[in-house]
Design a protein around this ligand. Structure first.
Ligand SMILES: Cc1ncc(COP(=O)(O)O)c(C=O)c1O
Length: 455
């Protein structure tokens, strides 16, 4: 199809996810037509390094042959089956085995879903089921955090602490409490150390719990590093303190590992990097390197035992999706986990992450438009500011982050801006010199926009 005709169809018909529709009617899509390793190609043939691994997903790049073979083989063998009513299939069993091998919860049970949102919805339903099972159905409220992103289904959006996810949808947040995000750069008091800031956050959270009544609160959900909220890396002691506080008040801790899982923070899971043991955690994205839609919830034995007893009393566990444990998505995910182990993804993320951090600080550490560089393993955020000394940001209407993102594309890299924060989350198959290429292009893009603003 002719390039312009294809774009026109997209502009006419496609209501895009997380996009300004009116702007799309004017600007149209970036159409990606091919992928090779860490590179993607648009419909004009222009090549980019995908510095965001798509949407924090394509950890193994964009055309891994083993994943294609795993999908093809499974399609040929058994292309559909389900997991309701005691049914299983060998691909899904293989995936269980692979995932349990690296799970920080052991023993555990694994529930399969199709997206991060579904996995997080499922975690909340499991929490409510568990609290009912132990005779505490009044424990229903969920604590999340301002700036959190947990998905776009009704529950995913309610869990998210981002105003644009609630605005005009009339979301019912009656059962929610939103705590302050652990972002030292923006939320600390003048002169407050990271440690003192973490202490203050915990005190604030305890006051919130006591005010609402711990006996009304079921769980807290948290991403170890807040991704879409701006790549917020918490102070070192935040999660261990948070975890102690929640167990003191009999509140479960749920880790959303949708971005942080599978090596991203240079451990298998973000909870390991930040020193806490959740009661349950969700994974998606990297589980299949984003090649097919699949997600999972990993449940601790303590929760499972209560849930299983309750389900037996009810006659059945009344939850699950048609495509939970789908053989083809499961086969691709199982193969993905095998590849991660063979390539030692954790060590690779650690060494590439060190390179990314060093390059970012060298290229942008002293730049007048860069307020903060945040990194954890192979994920980073660069926050742009109008004034470094006062930390004052740019006016939203200047769309500085979006302009830098566009300039990045002109320099052959794709990143993502969340407001004026540029996120970097490259595939693990990126090479060290390609990381430097990405960082150089970003620095050039920031410089271009600075020159534009000066004009
Ligand atoms: C931390 C986190 N949780 C949940 C989700 C939702 O995942 P999905 O879009 O697969 O429903 C996302 C998506 O970006 C995410 O970043």
């Amino acid at each position: 199809m002719l390039q312009n005709a294809a774009r026109a169809i997209d502009m006419n018909l496609h209501l895009h996810s997380q996009t300004d529709p009116r702007r799309h009617e004017q600007d149209g899509p970036l159409v990606i037509t091919g992928g090779q390793g860490v590179y993607v190609y648009d419909d004009t043939g222009k090549r980019y390094i995908e510095g965001m691994a798509g949407l924090w997903t394509a950890s193994l790049g964009f055309n891994d042959a083993r994943l294609a073979a795993a999908a093809n083989d499974q399609f040929a063998k058994l292309a559909n089956y389900h997991t309701f009513n005691h049914r299983s299939n060998d691909a899904c069993i293989d995936l269980m085995d692979q995932l349990a091998m690296i799970s920080p919860l052991a023993p555990c049970k694994i529930f399969l879903a199709n997206s991060g949102s579904e996995a997080n919805d499922s975690m909340i339903k499991l929490v409510w089921y568990y609290q009912a099972a132990r005779g505490k159905p009044e424990k229903r409220r969920i604590i999340s955090r301002n700036g959190a992103f947990h998905g776009s289904t009704v529950m995913g959006a309610v869990l998210s602490g981002l105003p644009h996810m609630h605005r005009s949808f009339g979301m019912n947040t009656d059962d929610m409490l939103y705590a302050r995000k652990p972002h030292h750069y923006r939320e600390a008091l003048p002169g407050e150390s990271e440690e003192a800031f973490a202490d203050r956050l915990i005190q604030e959270l305890e006051a919130m719990i006591l005010d609402a009544g711990a006996d009304t609160i079921a769980a807290m959900i948290a991403e170890p590093v807040m991704g879409a909220g701006g790549v917020i890396v918490p102070p070192k002691t935040y999660f261990p303190k948070l975890s102690r506080l929640l167990s003191k008040h009999d509140i479960l801790l749920l880790s959303d590992e949708v971005v942080c899982g599978f090596g991203r923070t240079a451990n298998w899971f973000g909870c390991q990097t930040f020193g806490f043991q959740p009661d349950m955690f969700s994974v998606a994205k990297g589980l299949s390197s984003g090649y097919l839609p699949i997600a999972a919830v990993v449940v601790s034995d303590k929760l499972y035992q209560a849930i299983a007893d309750e389900a037996q009393r009810n006659g059945v566990f009344g939850h699950g999706f048609t495509y939970s444990g789908h053989p083809v998505t499961s086969a691709v995910a199982a193969e993905t986990l095998r590849i991660y182990r063979e390539m030692d993804v954790v060590s690779r993320a650690r060494s590439l992450g060190e390179r990314l951090q060093a390059d970012l600080h060298e290229a942008l550490g002293d730049h007048p438009m860069v307020g903060e560089i945040r990194t954890a393993g192979l994920v980073a955020g660069v926050e742009l500011v109008a004034d470094r000394a006062s930390k004052e940001g740019f006016p939203a209407e200047a769309r500085v982050g979006a302009r830098v993102e566009r300039a990045c594309r002109a320099h052959g890299i794709i990143l993502r801006n969340m407001g004026d924060v540029l996120a970097l989350c490259p595939p693990f198959v990126i090479e060290p010199d390609e990381i430097s290429t990405v960082v150089r292009a970003l620095a050039q893009a920031v410089q271009d926009v600075r020159a534009e603003l000066a004009r």
